[in-house]
Design a protein around this ligand. Structure first.
Ligand code: ADP
Length: 301
Protein backbone atom coordinates (compact mmCIF):
# COMPACT_ATOMS: atom_id res chain seq x y z
CA UNK A 1 0.00 0.00 0.00
CA UNK A 2 2.79 2.40 1.00
CA UNK A 3 4.73 1.61 -2.22
CA UNK A 4 1.60 2.21 -4.33
CA UNK A 5 1.01 5.66 -2.77
CA UNK A 6 4.68 6.67 -3.24
CA UNK A 7 4.61 5.51 -6.90
CA UNK A 8 1.39 7.42 -7.51
CA UNK A 9 2.93 10.54 -5.98
CA UNK A 10 6.10 10.20 -8.12
CA UNK A 11 4.08 9.82 -11.32
CA UNK A 12 2.04 12.83 -10.38
CA UNK A 13 5.26 14.82 -9.85
CA UNK A 14 6.68 13.73 -13.25
CA UNK A 15 3.43 14.59 -15.04
CA UNK A 16 3.34 17.94 -13.24
CA UNK A 17 6.88 18.83 -14.43
CA UNK A 18 6.19 17.67 -17.99
CA UNK A 19 2.99 19.65 -18.28
CA UNK A 20 3.74 22.70 -16.13
CA UNK A 21 4.40 24.72 -19.29
CA UNK A 22 1.15 23.56 -20.84
CA UNK A 23 -1.12 26.45 -21.55
CA UNK A 24 -4.54 25.39 -20.26
CA UNK A 25 -6.16 28.43 -21.79
CA UNK A 26 -5.31 26.80 -25.14
CA UNK A 27 -8.05 24.26 -24.43
CA UNK A 28 -10.63 24.64 -27.06
CA UNK A 29 -14.19 23.66 -27.29
CA UNK A 30 -14.52 19.94 -28.05
CA UNK A 31 -16.72 20.58 -31.03
CA UNK A 32 -14.35 23.22 -32.51
CA UNK A 33 -11.00 21.58 -32.26
CA UNK A 34 -10.30 18.40 -30.33
CA UNK A 35 -7.39 18.61 -27.83
CA UNK A 36 -5.50 15.33 -28.51
CA UNK A 37 -2.64 16.19 -26.19
CA UNK A 38 -4.94 16.50 -23.20
CA UNK A 39 -6.85 13.33 -24.12
CA UNK A 40 -3.59 11.35 -24.39
CA UNK A 41 -2.53 12.65 -21.01
CA UNK A 42 -5.77 11.49 -19.34
CA UNK A 43 -5.65 8.09 -21.07
CA UNK A 44 -2.04 7.55 -19.90
CA UNK A 45 -2.93 8.52 -16.33
CA UNK A 46 -6.01 6.26 -16.45
CA UNK A 47 -4.01 3.27 -17.79
CA UNK A 48 -1.39 3.87 -15.15
CA UNK A 49 -4.01 3.97 -12.39
CA UNK A 50 -5.66 0.78 -13.67
CA UNK A 51 -2.28 -1.02 -13.80
CA UNK A 52 -1.44 0.27 -10.33
CA UNK A 53 -4.77 -0.81 -8.87
CA UNK A 54 -4.60 -4.19 -10.61
CA UNK A 55 -1.10 -4.78 -9.22
CA UNK A 56 -2.22 -3.73 -5.76
CA UNK A 57 -5.31 -5.97 -5.86
CA UNK A 58 -3.17 -8.91 -7.03
CA UNK A 59 -0.66 -8.34 -4.25
CA UNK A 60 -3.46 -8.15 -1.66
CA UNK A 61 -5.00 -11.32 -3.10
CA UNK A 62 -1.69 -13.13 -2.81
CA UNK A 63 -1.19 -11.91 0.73
CA UNK A 64 -4.68 -13.06 1.81
CA UNK A 65 -4.14 -16.47 0.14
CA UNK A 66 -0.78 -16.83 1.89
CA UNK A 67 -2.28 -15.86 5.25
CA UNK A 68 -5.14 -18.35 4.74
CA UNK A 69 -2.70 -21.12 3.74
CA UNK A 70 -0.57 -20.34 6.80
CA UNK A 71 -3.63 -20.48 9.07
CA UNK A 72 -4.77 -23.79 7.54
CA UNK A 73 -1.27 -25.23 7.92
CA UNK A 74 -1.23 -24.18 11.59
CA UNK A 75 -4.64 -25.78 12.22
CA UNK A 76 -3.58 -28.98 10.41
CA UNK A 77 -0.30 -29.13 12.34
CA UNK A 78 -2.16 -28.67 15.63
CA UNK A 79 -4.63 -31.37 14.63
CA UNK A 80 -1.85 -33.83 13.73
CA UNK A 81 -0.18 -33.09 17.08
CA UNK A 82 -3.46 -33.69 18.91
CA UNK A 83 -4.11 -36.95 17.04
CA UNK A 84 -0.64 -38.34 17.77
CA UNK A 85 -0.96 -37.30 21.42
CA UNK A 86 -4.39 -38.97 21.70
CA UNK A 87 -3.07 -42.17 20.07
CA UNK A 88 0.11 -42.28 22.13
CA UNK A 89 -1.61 -42.49 25.54
CA UNK A 90 -3.69 -45.67 25.03
CA UNK A 91 -0.96 -47.39 22.99
CA UNK A 92 1.62 -46.71 25.74
CA UNK A 93 -0.77 -48.06 28.41
CA UNK A 94 -1.50 -51.25 26.46
CA UNK A 95 2.23 -51.84 25.86
CA UNK A 96 2.97 -51.19 29.54
CA UNK A 97 0.36 -53.69 30.78
CA UNK A 98 1.38 -56.33 28.21
CA UNK A 99 5.10 -55.96 29.01
CA UNK A 100 4.37 -56.32 32.74
CA UNK A 101 2.37 -59.50 32.13
CA UNK A 102 4.99 -61.00 29.78
CA UNK A 103 8.00 -60.11 31.95
CA UNK A 104 6.37 -61.33 35.19
CA UNK A 105 4.95 -64.83 34.60
CA UNK A 106 4.34 -65.27 38.34
CA UNK A 107 2.12 -62.22 38.62
CA UNK A 108 -1.02 -62.97 40.76
CA UNK A 109 -3.97 -63.95 38.60
CA UNK A 110 -6.17 -61.19 39.97
CA UNK A 111 -3.62 -58.54 39.01
CA UNK A 112 -3.11 -60.10 35.58
CA UNK A 113 -6.85 -60.02 34.90
CA UNK A 114 -6.98 -56.41 36.03
CA UNK A 115 -4.17 -55.49 33.59
CA UNK A 116 -5.91 -57.35 30.79
CA UNK A 117 -9.22 -55.59 31.37
CA UNK A 118 -7.45 -52.20 31.55
CA UNK A 119 -5.72 -52.99 28.25
CA UNK A 120 -9.08 -53.87 26.76
CA UNK A 121 -10.51 -50.53 27.90
CA UNK A 122 -7.58 -48.68 26.29
CA UNK A 123 -7.96 -50.72 23.07
CA UNK A 124 -11.66 -49.80 23.03
CA UNK A 125 -10.75 -46.12 23.45
CA UNK A 126 -8.31 -46.42 20.58
CA UNK A 127 -10.90 -48.08 18.41
CA UNK A 128 -13.59 -45.42 19.09
CA UNK A 129 -11.03 -42.66 18.51
CA UNK A 130 -10.12 -44.16 15.12
CA UNK A 131 -13.80 -44.58 14.23
CA UNK A 132 -14.53 -40.93 15.13
CA UNK A 133 -11.49 -39.72 13.18
CA UNK A 134 -12.52 -41.72 10.16
CA UNK A 135 -16.11 -40.36 10.35
CA UNK A 136 -14.88 -36.75 10.59
CA UNK A 137 -12.50 -37.35 7.70
CA UNK A 138 -15.37 -38.65 5.56
CA UNK A 139 -17.50 -35.63 6.51
CA UNK A 140 -14.63 -33.30 5.60
CA UNK A 141 -13.39 -34.83 2.36
CA UNK A 142 -15.75 -37.52 1.11
CA UNK A 143 -19.28 -36.52 2.13
CA UNK A 144 -20.60 -37.87 -1.18
CA UNK A 145 -20.31 -41.41 0.21
CA UNK A 146 -23.23 -40.67 2.55
CA UNK A 147 -26.56 -41.26 0.88
CA UNK A 148 -29.60 -39.17 1.71
CA UNK A 149 -33.03 -40.78 1.96
CA UNK A 150 -36.31 -40.24 3.80
CA UNK A 151 -35.62 -41.07 7.45
CA UNK A 152 -38.27 -41.41 10.14
CA UNK A 153 -36.60 -39.89 13.17
CA UNK A 154 -38.78 -41.78 15.70
CA UNK A 155 -37.02 -44.97 14.59
CA UNK A 156 -33.58 -43.37 15.10
CA UNK A 157 -34.56 -42.06 18.54
CA UNK A 158 -35.85 -45.45 19.69
CA UNK A 159 -32.56 -47.05 18.54
CA UNK A 160 -30.57 -44.44 20.52
CA UNK A 161 -32.92 -44.92 23.47
CA UNK A 162 -32.24 -48.66 23.42
CA UNK A 163 -28.47 -48.20 23.10
CA UNK A 164 -28.25 -45.74 26.00
CA UNK A 165 -30.90 -47.24 28.33
CA UNK A 166 -28.41 -49.23 30.41
CA UNK A 167 -26.08 -46.25 31.01
CA UNK A 168 -29.07 -44.01 31.73
CA UNK A 169 -30.38 -46.45 34.34
CA UNK A 170 -26.90 -46.78 35.84
CA UNK A 171 -26.89 -43.04 36.53
CA UNK A 172 -30.46 -42.99 37.77
CA UNK A 173 -31.35 -40.55 35.01
CA UNK A 174 -34.53 -40.07 32.97
CA UNK A 175 -35.00 -39.33 29.29
CA UNK A 176 -38.12 -37.28 28.41
CA UNK A 177 -39.04 -37.82 24.80
CA UNK A 178 -41.22 -34.77 24.02
CA UNK A 179 -41.23 -35.22 20.25
CA UNK A 180 -44.67 -34.74 18.62
CA UNK A 181 -46.66 -37.97 18.76
CA UNK A 182 -49.32 -36.99 16.24
CA UNK A 183 -46.89 -36.49 13.38
CA UNK A 184 -43.90 -38.35 11.92
CA UNK A 185 -40.65 -36.38 11.91
CA UNK A 186 -39.29 -37.05 8.46
CA UNK A 187 -35.76 -35.88 7.68
CA UNK A 188 -34.03 -36.04 4.31
CA UNK A 189 -30.71 -37.42 5.45
CA UNK A 190 -28.26 -40.19 6.13
CA UNK A 191 -29.55 -42.61 8.83
CA UNK A 192 -26.10 -43.39 10.30
CA UNK A 193 -25.20 -39.68 10.59
CA UNK A 194 -28.58 -38.86 12.15
CA UNK A 195 -27.99 -41.66 14.64
CA UNK A 196 -24.54 -40.21 15.46
CA UNK A 197 -26.01 -36.75 16.15
CA UNK A 198 -28.59 -37.95 18.69
CA UNK A 199 -26.40 -40.69 20.17
CA UNK A 200 -23.47 -38.31 20.81
CA UNK A 201 -25.65 -35.62 22.42
CA UNK A 202 -27.58 -38.04 24.64
CA UNK A 203 -24.45 -40.03 25.51
CA UNK A 204 -22.68 -36.78 26.52
CA UNK A 205 -25.59 -35.76 28.74
CA UNK A 206 -25.46 -39.19 30.42
CA UNK A 207 -21.67 -38.93 30.87
CA UNK A 208 -21.45 -35.36 32.14
CA UNK A 209 -24.81 -34.21 33.54
CA UNK A 210 -24.51 -36.21 36.75
CA UNK A 211 -26.49 -38.70 38.85
CA UNK A 212 -30.27 -38.33 39.07
CA UNK A 213 -30.56 -35.62 36.39
CA UNK A 214 -32.88 -35.68 33.39
CA UNK A 215 -32.59 -35.14 29.64
CA UNK A 216 -35.39 -33.87 27.41
CA UNK A 217 -35.77 -33.78 23.66
CA UNK A 218 -38.39 -31.69 21.83
CA UNK A 219 -38.93 -30.59 18.22
CA UNK A 220 -40.82 -27.91 16.31
CA UNK A 221 -41.52 -27.53 12.61
CA UNK A 222 -40.38 -24.22 11.08
CA UNK A 223 -40.50 -23.78 7.30
CA UNK A 224 -38.26 -26.36 5.64
CA UNK A 225 -36.60 -27.32 8.94
CA UNK A 226 -37.31 -29.33 12.05
CA UNK A 227 -35.85 -27.43 15.03
CA UNK A 228 -34.75 -29.62 17.93
CA UNK A 229 -33.88 -28.83 21.53
CA UNK A 230 -31.92 -31.32 23.60
CA UNK A 231 -31.55 -30.16 27.16
CA UNK A 232 -30.33 -31.50 30.52
CA UNK A 233 -30.48 -30.15 34.05
CA UNK A 234 -27.03 -31.36 35.02
CA UNK A 235 -23.72 -29.75 35.91
CA UNK A 236 -23.29 -27.89 32.59
CA UNK A 237 -20.06 -26.04 31.78
CA UNK A 238 -18.99 -22.49 32.54
CA UNK A 239 -19.57 -19.74 29.98
CA UNK A 240 -15.94 -19.45 28.86
CA UNK A 241 -15.96 -22.96 27.36
CA UNK A 242 -19.00 -22.47 25.14
CA UNK A 243 -17.30 -20.77 22.14
CA UNK A 244 -14.74 -23.60 21.79
CA UNK A 245 -16.84 -26.62 22.71
CA UNK A 246 -17.40 -27.78 19.07
CA UNK A 247 -13.65 -27.74 18.30
CA UNK A 248 -11.90 -31.05 17.69
CA UNK A 249 -10.31 -32.45 20.88
CA UNK A 250 -11.59 -29.58 23.02
CA UNK A 251 -12.60 -30.88 26.44
CA UNK A 252 -13.67 -29.02 29.54
CA UNK A 253 -12.10 -31.58 31.85
CA UNK A 254 -9.53 -33.67 29.98
CA UNK A 255 -9.04 -36.27 32.70
CA UNK A 256 -12.74 -36.82 33.22
CA UNK A 257 -13.44 -37.11 29.49
CA UNK A 258 -10.69 -39.74 29.08
CA UNK A 259 -11.95 -41.79 32.05
CA UNK A 260 -15.41 -41.71 30.44
CA UNK A 261 -13.85 -43.06 27.23
CA UNK A 262 -14.46 -39.82 25.28
CA UNK A 263 -12.43 -39.07 22.17
CA UNK A 264 -12.97 -35.30 22.33
CA UNK A 265 -14.48 -35.48 18.83
CA UNK A 266 -18.15 -36.08 19.69
CA UNK A 267 -19.43 -32.52 19.39
CA UNK A 268 -17.28 -31.82 16.31
CA UNK A 269 -18.96 -34.81 14.62
CA UNK A 270 -22.40 -33.57 15.74
CA UNK A 271 -21.77 -30.11 14.26
CA UNK A 272 -20.45 -31.43 10.93
CA UNK A 273 -23.24 -34.01 10.63
CA UNK A 274 -25.85 -31.29 11.25
CA UNK A 275 -24.22 -29.02 8.66
CA UNK A 276 -24.31 -31.96 6.22
CA UNK A 277 -28.11 -31.86 6.71
CA UNK A 278 -28.09 -28.10 5.95
CA UNK A 279 -28.79 -27.30 9.58
CA UNK A 280 -26.96 -25.48 12.35
CA UNK A 281 -26.35 -25.97 16.06
CA UNK A 282 -25.89 -23.64 19.03
CA UNK A 283 -25.18 -24.30 22.69
CA UNK A 284 -26.61 -22.46 25.71
CA UNK A 285 -26.47 -22.67 29.48
CA UNK A 286 -29.83 -23.42 31.11
CA UNK A 287 -30.91 -21.10 33.92
CA UNK A 288 -31.22 -24.14 36.22
CA UNK A 289 -27.74 -25.40 35.26
CA UNK A 290 -27.16 -27.93 32.51
CA UNK A 291 -26.71 -27.51 28.79
CA UNK A 292 -29.17 -26.89 26.00
CA UNK A 293 -28.40 -27.67 22.37
CA UNK A 294 -30.65 -26.04 19.73
CA UNK A 295 -30.23 -27.47 16.26
CA UNK A 296 -32.03 -27.79 12.94
CA UNK A 297 -32.24 -30.50 10.28
CA UNK A 298 -33.74 -30.22 6.81
CA UNK A 299 -37.18 -31.77 6.43
CA UNK A 300 -38.03 -34.36 3.86
CA UNK A 301 -39.92 -32.42 1.17
P1 ADP B 1 -15.80 -36.00 24.74
O1 ADP B 1 -15.30 -37.13 23.97
O2 ADP B 1 -14.81 -35.43 25.70
O3 ADP B 1 -17.14 -36.26 25.36
P2 ADP B 1 -17.21 -34.06 23.11
O4 ADP B 1 -16.76 -33.30 21.92
O5 ADP B 1 -18.37 -34.97 22.95
O6 ADP B 1 -15.94 -34.82 23.65
O7 ADP B 1 -17.56 -33.01 24.25
C1 ADP B 1 -16.64 -31.98 24.56
C2 ADP B 1 -16.74 -31.59 26.02
O8 ADP B 1 -17.99 -30.93 26.26
C3 ADP B 1 -16.74 -32.77 26.99
O9 ADP B 1 -15.42 -33.13 27.32
C4 ADP B 1 -17.53 -32.25 28.17
O10 ADP B 1 -16.65 -31.60 29.07
C5 ADP B 1 -18.44 -31.17 27.58
N1 ADP B 1 -19.86 -31.60 27.49
C6 ADP B 1 -20.50 -32.09 26.41
N2 ADP B 1 -21.79 -32.34 26.66
C7 ADP B 1 -22.00 -31.99 27.95
C8 ADP B 1 -23.15 -31.98 28.83
N3 ADP B 1 -24.36 -32.40 28.41
N4 ADP B 1 -22.97 -31.51 30.09
C9 ADP B 1 -21.76 -31.07 30.53
N5 ADP B 1 -20.65 -31.05 29.74
C10 ADP B 1 -20.76 -31.50 28.48
Amino acid sequence: MFISVITLFLVYAVVFFLFKEYEFSQLKNFEDDFDWQMLCFFIIVLIFLVVLLYGYAKRMDKRITNEQAEKELKVRRQLTQNISHELKTPVASILGYMDTIIENPDIPEEMRNQFISRSRFQAQRLSSLLQDLSLLNRLDYASDIFKKETVNLSKIISEVDLATAFALQGKNMTFNNLLPKDKDILIFGDPSLLYSIFHNLIDNAIKYAGEGTSISLSAQETGVFWNFTLSDNGAGVSEEHLPRIFERFYRVDKGRSRIMGGSGLGLAIVKHAIQYHQGDISIHRNANGGLRFDFSLIKDS
